[in-house]
Structure formats: structure tokens, C-alpha cells
Design a protein around this ligand. Sequence first.
Ligand SMILES: Cc1cc2nc3c(=O)[nH]c(=O)nc-3n(C[C@H](O)[C@H](O)[C@H](O)COP(=O)(O)O)c2cc1C
Ligand code: SF4
Ligand code: SF4
Length: 384
Amino acid sequence: MPSPSRPIVHSDPFDLSVDGRAVKTPIAIASMAGTVDAAYVAERAGHVGMAFIGGYSVDPPTIAASRQMAEGGRCEFLPGDPVAELTRQADLLSALPVVGGVNLRASSPEALVAIAQAVGDRVIYEIDAHCRQAPMTAAGAGEYLLHHTDRLAEMVRALASEGVTVSVKVRAGMAENDPRLARQLWEAGATLFHIDLMDGGYAKIRQIRNASPIMIIANNSMQSFDRVMEMFSHGADLVSLARRSDPETLAGIDAAITRYAKEFGWYNAPKQLCRGGDVRALTFCCLPVKDCPLLPTLQKIGLSREEYVKLKRESVQGTPIQDGAYTCFGSLAWCCKVSSPCLLRDATLDQMKISKKQYMEEKRRLSRAIMARVFPPRDNDDSG
Ligand SMILES: Cc1cc2nc3c(=O)[nH]c(=O)nc-3n(C[C@H](O)[C@H](O)[C@H](O)COP(=O)(O)O)c2cc1C
Ligand code: SF4
Ligand code: SF4
């Protein structure tokens, strides 16, 4: 337990990891079949924290589909031996300073398991439930899986039981209910939900964040700082780029969010709940004394007022934000986000010699404790 006089400060501006692997910046390269391989990633590795190569088709039905798509003019990877090629690519990826993943098209859980057994746990396994090309969906892969979500969950379970980290790439609005799907996949063992938002905005990200603690990668047109920050402030953990994953664009986004994180801390802090924030925003909420969005939110997540108060009080015990006698509710635990101007809070922070950045880091720690209570670990979770 940290001492109140010694706030926690992270030297890494993002303090982000995926199943224990450090991710240096919350930007990923999203797959583009026939284009994104380890060599493509190597040219951009300085500006991204994760990269998904592929997609690779790995069993006879999906390989036949890829062939048909290539004949129709699409760019596809068509290695003679997918296991040998994926092993070679995984070796190359492992040597880069990024957390690497392979985007795979498969028509059965067994085909995915065979790849995982051959290639091992040094890469993340991303199931491509995104491809909407007719030959691929006819093969029982790609978007087919968004209409057969039990099959998709079966694939996730099969991979997770091999001890590898699983991501699922989806297109928003195709499954019956995206937040429910994210929850189902998290329960099945997926760590990452990689969602192409298409024309949609941050509202979808907030719905998913409110339904499960799965790590969210927001995708589609993430090339401006404002769009990226909108995703982060509504619950995305990372953003990804495919078409604009040129080194200049990646470097620009990386520089802007690194600057932000170094100045303000907690790069994906939520908005206040009453300003449209997601469930993590409970970290900024007051004591439950007024008629505001707090009470309906508590009701939705099944926490009584008393449990909420106890949870926040206990979670800040022994930390710098347990104090704050001159703030509205006698403790910084109930105080607002730094972007909400407040002389009382700021004077308290000054007096306690806590910077605003450190305050936000403490609020992040509190939000993690709240999330762990709202979404208790899965039965088979040993990732900590
Ligand atoms: C040429 C091309 C190939 C793609 N291939 C794949 C693929 O194999 N697997 C996959 O999950 N997504 C694939 N995608 C989708 C992208 O990863 C991404 O979701 C989409 O392009 C939207 O993001 P963007 O705006 O950053 O490009 C492909 C996209 C393009 C343009
Ligand atoms: S408790 Fe405070 S911060 Fe939370 S929703 Fe209500 S007024 Fe907003
Ligand atoms: S003291 Fe300021 S920051 Fe803290 S709860 Fe009151 S208004 Fe919000």
C-alpha cells in the first residue's frame, strides 16, 4: 500500500499492458490482407505499441476462399504452407518492440488451435470476424461468425484454453448486439475486442465499456488527435489504423497522445458521468446525495449506495487521495476530474504537494478497483 506522502508516479506515460506484455503506446496497426506483414510492421515499429499482421487463411475452406478472392482482384497472402509462414512471421514480429498479433481466418476452432500449437504464445491470436467477402463468409469465417456468435465464442474458448492471448476483430452493427457480444467473448476468454466502428462514433465504445472490462481497440479513421481522444475518453484502451498506417500519420498521432499523457497522466480518463462518461467515471463521482445520473448507474451495475461508498472509501485507504478535508465531501476520493475547474480541490492538491497528473493517476487506480468490483474476474482468469 503506498504511503499518502509518496504518490505513485509511472515513468511509462501510458502504463498499459496486454496480458502482462507492456504496450509502449496505445496505437496499433490493423491488418490488411496481402499488405501488413512483419516487414510492414518493422518500418513503423517506433510509433506503435501493437500490430496485427495478416489476415492469413489457415484451413482448406478459408484458403480456397482467399484464392477465389485473389482471382477476383483482391490482395491476399497465399503462402504454400501457412504454419511455416506464420512461424517465420512470428519470429520476425517477436524481434520488434511491439506486441504482435496474427489476424486469422479459420472455419473451425480446431484449425485455430493447430496454428496456436505450432506457433506458440509469443503472438496474440486475432480471429477475423470482420471480412465480409462472399467466399470467406461462405467458408464459415469472417463476418459469418458475427451471425453465429456461439461458434465465435467456441473459437475463442478453444484458443484461450491453449494459453494464448485472444483478440476478436469485428465490424460494428453486424452482430445483433455488440456490447452483449463483447461480454460473451470476454466470458469465453478473449482479452481484446477490436472493433471497426464503420461510420459510427464513440457511443458504441461507451456501450461496450459499460458491458464488460474487455480491452477495446477502436478502429476506423483514427487519424486525428480529436477522434482518438474521443475514443479514449469513452472507454477505448487503444486505437488502430489500417489504411492510414503510414509512418508519418502514426508518428503524428503517437507524438500528440504521448504529449497529452505526459502532461495530464491517465490518457484514457473518462468524462464525468453526468457529461456522458462510462462506468469508469464513478472514480470522479460524489457521495450519493443528489438526484443525478449516479443513482441510476449504481442501480444498473447492481451496487447499492452503501456498497459504492464503502468501495470507494476502502479503495483509497492509505493512498494520497484519501485526504482532502476541505473538499466538498472531505476526501479527494469524491472529487471531480481535473478538467472540471475547482479552486477547493486544486488548493488541496497544492497543499498536499500532489500534481494534477499524480491526482489523475490515483483516480485511475481507483477506477481499476471499481471496475474489478463491477466485473469480477472470469472463472478461469489467471492473468491477474
Ligand atoms: C486492403 C484491406 C485489407 C484488409 N484486410 C483485413 C483482414 O485481412 N482482416 C481484418 O480483420 N481486417 C482487414 N481489413 C480491415 C482493416 O483492418 C480496418 O478494419 C479497416 O480498414 C478500417 O480501418 P482504417 O480506417 O484504419 O483503414 C482490411 C482493410 C483493407 C483496406
Ligand atoms: S455524482 Fe457528481 S459527478 Fe457523478 S453524476 Fe452525479 S453530479 Fe455528476
Ligand atoms: S471540491 Fe471541487 S472537485 Fe471536489 S467534489 Fe467539490 S467541486 Fe468537485
